[in-house]
Write a protein that binds this ligand. Structure first.
Ligand code: BTN
Length: 251
């Protein structure tokens, strides 16, 4: 049987700048894959597209996992897909919550973001060397205290109506990450699961990308993690960006 990779070793910190940075230091020092860095507080937590990721101290799950997948660089996006699926599975198993994913990797409950994923890759020459998989899951605080975020974001406590023990959630998350990562390693496909979890295919979206804004119908995702957007009768392949679901009937 395959022994456990994910969270074979966990390092816990009270305060760090960013767990992704600490995991990178470990990677550069030659640490084997699977190690997890967790923090109660991040002073310089990073989100996607240069944003900050700040949550109140001691409330949430904020961690980074070092992975050394044997993958072509073009498929690094699959790590992001598996992380979103693993978070959603952990929420289903532990709390009975049905999460959806929003491309590329936001985990949503009732239309609001409860977790974000930041996948940072490092190359050796042209090939993928290692991946730092950062996950932030909002747990024990309330968006009532953050009215500016409340229309878009949520926490598990807000969703279930009480505070939660984070330890079983953390274990469920690592267990599902382990299972999906093993499937990735054995060449198994989970693209159809990811498609089903997305729940936005066939709907009209607005995509904000580094190069501008594009509206169209989210038609599909591909194995490399790109979103295939139908815009004026052509399919545009988006590799990065933020999508907003537009409130129109599905097409
Ligand atoms: C996003 O949705 O924009 C991604 C957010 C990722 C946040 C996590 S928290 C742990 C890890 N360390 C960071 O600095 N960022 C990620």
């Amino acid at each position: 049987m395959r022994s456990t990779v994910i969270a074979r070793k966990i390092i816990r910190y009270a305060v760090v700048e960013s767990t992704n940075d600490l995991a990178r230091v470990l990677a550069e020092a030659g640490e084997p894959e699977g190690i997890v860095v967790l923090a109660e507080e991040q002073r310089a937590g990073r989100g996607r597209m240069g944003r900050r990721w700040v949550v109140p101290r001691g409330t949430s799950i904020q961690g980074s996992i070092l992975l050394r997948p044997n993958l072509p660089l073009a498929q690094a996006g699959r790590i992001t897909q598996l992380a979103g699926l693993a978070v959603a599975e952990a929420l289903r198993e532990e709390l009975g919550l049905g999460a959806a994913l929003k491309w590329p990797n936001d985990v949503m409950l009732n239309g609001k973001k409860v977790a974000g994923i930041l996948t940072e890759t490092t190359l050796r020459g042209e090939a993928l060397d290692y991946v730092i998989l950062g996950i932030g899951l909002n747990v024990n605080y309330s968006m009532r205290d953050y009215p500016e975020l409340a229309p878009f974001a949520t926490t598990l406590a807000d969703q279930v109506g009480h505070l939660l023990d984070r330890a079983p959630l953390e274990r469920a998350l690592f267990r599902h990450l382990e299972a999906y990562y093993a499937r990735l390693g054995s060449g198994e496909d989970f693209l159809d699961e990811y498609r089903r979890a997305l729940q936005m295919l066939g709907t009209r979206v607005r995509a904000a990308m580094p190069g501008g804004i594009l509206e169209g119908i989210a038609r599909d995702v591909d194995a490399e993690g790109a979103l295939l957007l139908e815009h004026e009768n052509t399919i545009v392949r988006l590799l990065a960006g933020d999508v907003t679901l537009l409130k129109e009937d599905s097409l």
